[in-house]
Design a protein around this ligand. Sequence first.
Ligand SMILES: *Cc1c(COP(=O)(O)O)cnc(C)c1O
Length: 375
Amino acid sequence: MIPVCEPLIGQREIELVNQCLASGWVSSAGRFIDAFEDNWAAYCGMAHGVSVCNGTAALHVAVGLLDLQPGDEVILPTFTIISCAQAITAWGGVPVLVDSDPVTWQMDIDQVAANITARTKAIMAVHTYGHPVDMDPLAQLASRYGLVLIEDAAEAHGALYKGRRCGGLGDISVFSFYANKLITTGEGGMVLCRRTDWAEKARGLRNLGFGPGRRFHHEQLGFNYRMTNLQAAMGVAQMERLDQIVKQKRAIAKAYHQRLEGLDSLRLAVEAPWATNIYWVVGLVLNDPAGPTAEDLAGALKRRGVDTRPFFLGMHAQPAFQSMGLFAGQRYPVADNLARMGLYLPNGLTITEAQIDEVCQAVRAELNHPGRNHD
Ligand SMILES: *Cc1c(COP(=O)(O)O)cnc(C)c1O
């Protein structure tokens, strides 16, 4: 089976993690924590970095900085991972969903503008599958209506918007360093922000509300969302290779696109003129509503030894939210189509040219002969 993604761990990661082990700094203090936070914030052009234990925790902390009151609204795409919407409901806020652009698969900017109300406190832009959201119009809306602009850049390490780094375009940004992300710390996450008071508050939320003053004196409540020095050591080492990893991801996507472009049964990811897509995944969307679905294609590819993953299922379609009375009767046809017709192909850093050939031959063969009834 050709896997969808395998992390590539180098000698440098082993060397730095071994330094932690040898030094005894294995918990959440240590020089790699500071180095990783500083390096990552600087790379993205943000003032402060607060490392946490995963991307979901980073979103929870980021939304915690908004001081949401019950009924306050945050606008986000329905086509995303549940961590985004859950971070809002966890603080008593109301997630307000928008549909996706059918070409870029990113949040529909016109719908963001149309959904701003007196209760709106923030916009959460999610750079989906490695392509940036069109941020300038969102920044204009945020400044006109006094909203906080949050970027979920967990799929966009190193991606550029008009030459500027994703994760450095809003007021707060979050990253994940899960094993399948562009760089990994095993599990891991980061909150970046511009405001010093927000960075302090984020550090408190990460660490049980401990403040800089007397130990065991708490002015706020928090969580244990700390990253370990071991994870940060891995992150420091991975970061040294990030430019190379971005090049490789782009080269893998190019190899796929050369082999699959022009098939009228599917559409591939695009790169807007103002974007540098880092192709976190190599996605495709099937065109024929009467033909095979992504699920059909995934099953057929699996039988040919090719592993894939389906696209997101929209937040509006989640029973966990419907049972809270959210999103009743709302329709998001573009996201629904992406969910039904979209999947992504193997693009781990360990994939070979021969494997890409094999995957593309399998896709081509299946789409000419879907084989749903006679496989
Ligand atoms: C992976 C991901 C997250 C969650 O990160 P974890 O580290 O898995 O908790 C959040 N948002 C997006 C867009 C992601 O892709």
